[in-house]
Design a protein around this ligand. Structure first.
Ligand code: PLP
Length: 341
């Protein structure tokens, strides 16, 4: 198929309308068959559940072209599992077995002309989401829902190399104990907006959130999990019930152990330990790993020994190995690469 004439290298991370999207409706207790459509707009009641009480969950994954020319997605089975976990927590009906991957596959196939070529650094970002559509005014779950997937081509995350970022310890909390921090829901992002705008005004790139109960343990940022490296080369990643289970982080843990032979600790991480770490990175689908160079806690600066110029050596190895697996340059564990075409 002929590719659309897009300057892949200069794309940013913004919405670019593509030709096709997927829609499936839940009504009378069941999901319909779903279909690919062209209409990018949605008409719903002014009183829709999603508009009044934020009943919506989402996912984020990427389609891209591997070295040998296949269009693939990375571990979509984990996104399928996670969207259903998120849905169940918000009383949204789960998707039938197999539906999520089938819908992602159809949507990417339909938009094949905007899947960036290998080597461009760009990818096709895929955004699946489910939301309540019928009128809800008394507080209760909606009865009718829509599951949609749109795609948008996005540029290379790091233009001209991954520069370490500076983050601040936030005075706001991201997720309550026993709350919704572990699910991928818009509501977790709505309340993070003021915190991130505040951080940006103060000159920081991101927020580090601590556990809200004791404010002594590291949780995550607004949209990425933490990965630390100790001075003796161990990988440490925070474990908490209110952290979103990042697929990138789980994959990096596997890569660290099985490909690089590193020791990995998934455990509670005290903020007081952070000053002793050698490297720090943020992991998520968008960047895979963003290196962190400096962490500021109310004026106290923690400068990671890896510095402000480049990724730490262990972070770099993790990054190169996982992106190598994703792009088909390194053999992937069974089931990690979902070939679409
Ligand atoms: C999506 C998300 C992540 C990253 O998860 P990936 O599956 O690696 O993309 C991390 N934290 C939060 C809060 C998220 O919403």
């Amino acid at each position: 198929m002929e590719k659309k004439n897009i300057d892949w290298g200069s794309l940013g991370f913004g919405y670019v309308k593509t030709d096709f999207r997927y829609v499936s409706n839940f009504k009378d207790g069941k999901w319909d068959d779903g279909a690919i459509v062209t209409d990018d707009t949605i008409t719903i009641s002014e009183c829709a559940g999603v508009l009044q009480y934020a009943q919506t969950v989402f996912e984020g994954l990427k389609a891209y072209t591997t070295e040998d020319g296949h269009i693939v997605t990375f571990r979509p089975d984990l996104n399928a599992e996670r969207i259903n976990n998120s849905a169940a927590r918000l009383e949204i009906p789960v998707l039938p077995e197999g539906r999520f991957i089938d819908a992602v596959t159809k949507t990417v196939k339909a938009n094949e002309n905007v899947v960036p070529p290998y080597g461009s650094g760009a990818t096709l970002y895929i955004r699946p989401y489910i939301f309540g559509v019928n009128p809800v005014i008394g507080v209760k779950p909606a009865d009718e829902y829509q599951f949609r997937i749109f795609t948008t081509p996005v540029g290379p995350y790091f233009k001209g190399g991954a520069k370490p970022i500076t983050i601040k310890v936030s005075d706001f909390d991201r997720a309550a104990p026993h709350g919704t921090g572990h699910i991928k829901a818009g509501l977790n992002y709505a309340m993070s907006l003021h915190a991130i705008v505040t951080a940006h005004h103060e000159g920081f790139d991101e927020n580090m959130y601590l556990d809200p109960a004791t404010r002594t343990k590291v949780e995550e940022t607004g949209g990425a999990n933490f990965l630390f490296v100790t001075k003796d080369g161990k990988v440490v990643t925070p474990k908490s019930d209110s952290i979103l289970p990042s697929i990138t982080r789980r994959s990096l843990v596997y890569v660290a152990k099985e490909y690089l032979g590193l020791e990995v600790e998934e455990r509670e991480v005290l903020f007081s330990e952070v000053k002793d770490f050698a490297e720090c990175g943020l992991c998520g689908t968008a960047a895979v790993i963003s290196p962190v160079g400096k962490i500021v806690d109310h004026g106290n600066e923690i400068c990671l020994p890896s510095g402000m110029q480049e990724m730490g050596p262990v972070t770099k190895k993790l990054y190169d190995t996982l992106t190598g697996i994703q792009m088909g340059r390194i053999e992937a564990p069974k089931g990690w690469i979902h070939v679409i075409e």
